[in-house]
Write a protein that binds this ligand. Structure first.
Ligand SMILES: [Zn+2]
Length: 383
């Protein structure tokens, strides 16, 4: 592969498919997008993406696929990570679609890295790498749009969690008991309140342009800017909910910066003022109080820049390439040369909770300490 060659980046959602070619430093050389043919079958969806990639590669004058140093792709969730089997909620034609495998077969024949992650995670990675979170070590990137998504960077590393789903800030609960039902099956999640369609429905139920179907959060923001009281209150409600969720996330993760992107963030002060007020109410501990909440800086290209980051800054934003079938210790680290240092562990054994006496508990703890020490010795041996 071309070590410092350009990166192919894609960002696939229910509304649009975007593809770009980025320099290894993250600057987009060219990009283009088409509406997602969301009611098409799997084959037509893939053909649409394939055609767009070929067109963008042509514009970027990438004549030979072997010039690419890698392929990064963000896609709407849910997905199986890191295998890249995608089932985007808003693209019904893809259910368990092997996006990572298909991209690798078609465009990655020369053995370059091909990486697929959640689209909101890519936005967070992009904003941390080259956007509003640049230079900060602890950042939550959020997308407030048709849904509310996010990605979490702690200590300069993207946090994956056990299934690649860490950072799902849209399902932080902000109004548990009398909050609205959420698509996830829960109640009172941030997303159930602040997602665009929930906001417009809330406002329409209270008399804002009740007779007009198909209105969007953009229409709502426009009317709020003109002083419509219900539209303004809808944005206040979203801002307050965001502030509560961000306060919780900040206390939990000791964040420095929260970058808020997506269509709703365009509402500006109408959203950010109530957000800051509720943040000030709920975020009181000294360490948390100084968190900066800022609009995302990369606009609609954040997803593409973040997809490129999965490849060219993989030491920060990708830990998914582990050999199949080998249980790996959490917190594996890189050896600085791009390789992963790993340790095999016996697979976790499902334990039934049980009541143990003092003596047994002490023996359990002693065994656990011995296990931990063996781990540390193993880690040192690999250094
Ligand atoms: Zn939810």
């Amino acid at each position: 592969m071309a070590e410092r060659g350009p990166v192919l980046a894609a960002d696939i959602g229910g509304t649009k498919m975007a593809v770009g070619v980025a320099e290894p430093g993250g600057r987009l050389i060219t990009w283009s997008q088409v509406p997602t043919p969301r009611d098409s079958d799997a084959k037509h969806l893939w053909r649409t993406l394939e055609d767009l990639v070929l067109q963008v590669l042509d514009t970027a004058k990438v004549g030979d696929l072997s010039e690419l140093s890698g392929i990064g792709c963000g896609c709407g969730g849910p997905m199986e990570w890191p295998s890249g089997l995608v089932s985007p909620l808003n693209i019904p034609g893809w259910r368990g679609f092997p996006l990572r495998e298909r991209l690798a077969e078609r465009f990655g024949a020369s053995g370059i890295p091909v990486r697929v992650h959640n689209d909101a995670v890519c936005v967070a990675a992009g904003e941390h790498w080259r956007g509003a979170g640049r230079g900060w070590r602890n950042v939550l990137g959020m997308v407030v749009s048709t849904g509310v998504g996010g990605g979490l960077i702690l200590d300069n590393r993207l946090i994956e969690g056990s299934s690649g789903n860490a950072g799902h800030v849209g399902h932080v609960v902000v109004y548990p008991d009398d909050g609205p039902k959420c698509e996830c099956g829960g109640r009172g999640c941030l997303e159930a309140i602040a997602r665009g369609p929930a906001l417009t429905a809330w406002a329409q139920a209270r008399g804002w342009r009740s007779d007009r179907p198909g209105l969007t959060a953009k229409d709502l923001s426009g009317d709020a800017a003109q002083g419509h009281p219900v539209a303004t209150e809808a944005l206040r409600r979203a801002g307050r909910a965001l502030g509560i969720a961000i306060a919780s996330a900040t206390s939990l993760c000791d964040l420095e910066v929260v970058a808020v992107g997506g269509g709703l963030s365009q509402a500006g002060a109408l959203l950010f003022e109530p957000l800051q007020e509720s943040l000030a109410t709920y975020c009181r501990l000294d360490f948390a109080r100084d968190v900066r909440v800022v609009p995302a800086a990369l606009g609609q290209n954040a997803g593409l820049v973040g997809a490129a980051a999965l490849v060219v800054a993989g030491h920060r934003y990708w830990s998914g390439d582990l050999p199949a079938g080998l249980p790996v210790r959490r917190g594996q680290h890189h050896d600085g040369a791009g390789g992963l240092v790993m340790q095999a562990l016996p697979p976790p054994v499902a334990k039934q909770p049980q009541v143990v006496g003092h003596e047994e508990k002490r023996q359990d703890l002693a065994a656990q300490h011995e296990h931990d020490r063996a781990d540390e010795r193993g880690a040192q041996a690999h250094r």
